[in-house]
Ligand binder design. Structure first.
Ligand code: NAI
Ligand code: FMN
Length: 165
């Protein structure tokens, strides 16, 4: 059975995922984009993966810099996610938030739920996307996390503590 992309996307729309801003800086310059296709791979060595469409304007920058920071967004950062979700000039994207510099030199979002500073250790191309395997060199976390999930084509806030029933 062959599955068309609308059927695939409609099904994927009901698979909830965290929302992340992936940033980079280095010889090819600074860039960032929003990604929900982010996943833990292994804890030895600590590794995650990020799927990046090769047609995205940011692709050559990530491809050349070989380092990135995965900034997982918190509730309240929906507009920042939309800004990094495409079409907006890069300086405008970064002007909308406060950034620190990570160990790799990549921008770390000051108020992120968690930030994973990484070197890109391996790249595998599948269809339209590159899977970037990222070895983590530093992690920072927010003290009182309130999560954000992309589900059913919109954002949903997750409170820090669900009331007990
Ligand atoms: N993996 C990716 O490249 C993703 C891209 N997006 C893009 O963000 C925009 C808004 O997202 P939605 O309203 O959720 O759009 P949508 O209705 O096009 O997609 C629904 C779901 O399908 C998956 N998806 C969408 N485009 C994909 C792609 N090119 N390759 C692999 N999986 C894909 C994602 O899980 C997405 O949440 C769209 O333009 C979409 O293409 C969103 C999520 C993941
Ligand atoms: C919620 C959300 C999740 C996204 N997830 C991904 C993703 O996992 N991988 C990807 O390549 N693009 C993803 N995108 C689209 C990119 O953010 C967008 O293509 C990127 O900002 C590049 O756009 P540009 O070519 O206009 O710069 C997502 C967009 C949104 C709004």
């Amino acid at each position: 059975m062959s599955i068309d992309s609308t059927t695939f996307r409609d099904a994927m729309a009901c698979v909830g995922a965290a929302v992340n801003i992936i940033t980079t800086d280095g010889p090819a310059g600074r860039a960032g984009f929003t990604a929900s296709a982010v996943c833990s791979v292994t804890d030895s060595p600590p590794t995650l993966l990020v799927c990046l469409n090769r047609s995205a304007s940011v692709w050559p920058v990530f491809s050349n810099n070989q380092a990135l920071c995965v900034n997982t967004l918190a509730a309240g950062q929906e507009s920042l996610s939309n800004l990094f979700g495409g079409k907006t000039p890069m300086d405008e994207r970064f002007a909308a938030a406060r950034w620190l510099q990570g160990e790799t030199g990549c921008p770390r979002l000051a108020d992120a739920l968690a930030s994973f500073d990484c070197h890109i250790s391996q790249v595998v191309s599948v269809g339209t996307h590159d899977i970037l395997f990222c070895q983590i060199v530093d992690i920072s976390r927010h003290p009182t996390p309130e999560g954000l999930v992309w589900f059913d084509r919109r954002y949903h806030a997750l409170p820090a503590n669900l009331p007990t029933v």
